[in-house]
Write a protein that binds this ligand. Sequence first.
Ligand code: MG
Length: 295
Amino acid sequence: MTAMQSKVLLIEDNPGDARLVQEMLNEVPGFAFDIECIARLDSGVKRLARGDIDLLLLDLDLPDSRGLDTFIKAHTQATEVPIVVLTGFEDEKLGVNAVRKGAQDYLVKGKVDGNQLVHAVRYAIERSRAEETFKEMAYHDSLTGLPNRRGFSILAQLQLKIANRKKGSMLLLFADLDDLKSINDNLGHLEGDKALIETANLLLKTFRGSDIIARIGGDEFVVLALENSKECSEVLTNHLQKNLKARNMIGSRPYKLSLSVGTVRYDSQHPSSIDGLLEEADRLMYEQKRFNHKS
Ligand SMILES: [Mg+2]
């Protein structure tokens, strides 16, 4: 197992305590900590602002700040950095209060041993990494890596603001992967997953990096593109179908990838909501799907 190097910022004014903490962190085999030590809160906070810190070990009693205030100032500067607080013997209560305010943990100086220290630091770092991943997962579809419905909703609101500010227009394209159910039923879910990933890649290849491409449901994809004067919805749809055809020519797969598509235009002169656009595009897509099935 390779240990991931973790960057720890230690804000501690007592040189003896600082050395002890560094020694304890470095003594436990298997974990690599890169420790930076700063004696004052103001310079510590500046260092935090530069980023790239995995964990802050914070003595609350510093030359330029004391008590819970120390924690609050540091936490406000970098809310995403997990903090483990160091308190003296007499003010363990302060540690408890810091945890209530959002510290990951507290350690009492003179009471803590190396293993406890390493455990607290590792746990705080891992938990904060897990939270980051969880945040990402809540807005992303893990299969395709595209934003999910929630992610799309947030990104689309931003795009809408941009379009309104530029007095521009946007195209919303709703694409539904045809026959996903029969692919899943006849060829298995792995093949169905592959078809979804291929669809995502096809959309990524067809549209621009600035367009929002999302998977908002089982077989439902959407693209929200700021409109370029040269591109009307037909051009975009044709481009997509052309790439789809090319994709179906290469490789061997027991079915053809097929997409039903509906597009609507958003004009900032006649605003409507993202949900309204989605509904309309979905309806148009469905019309095309019915047509595809008849032909
Ligand atoms: Mg101190």
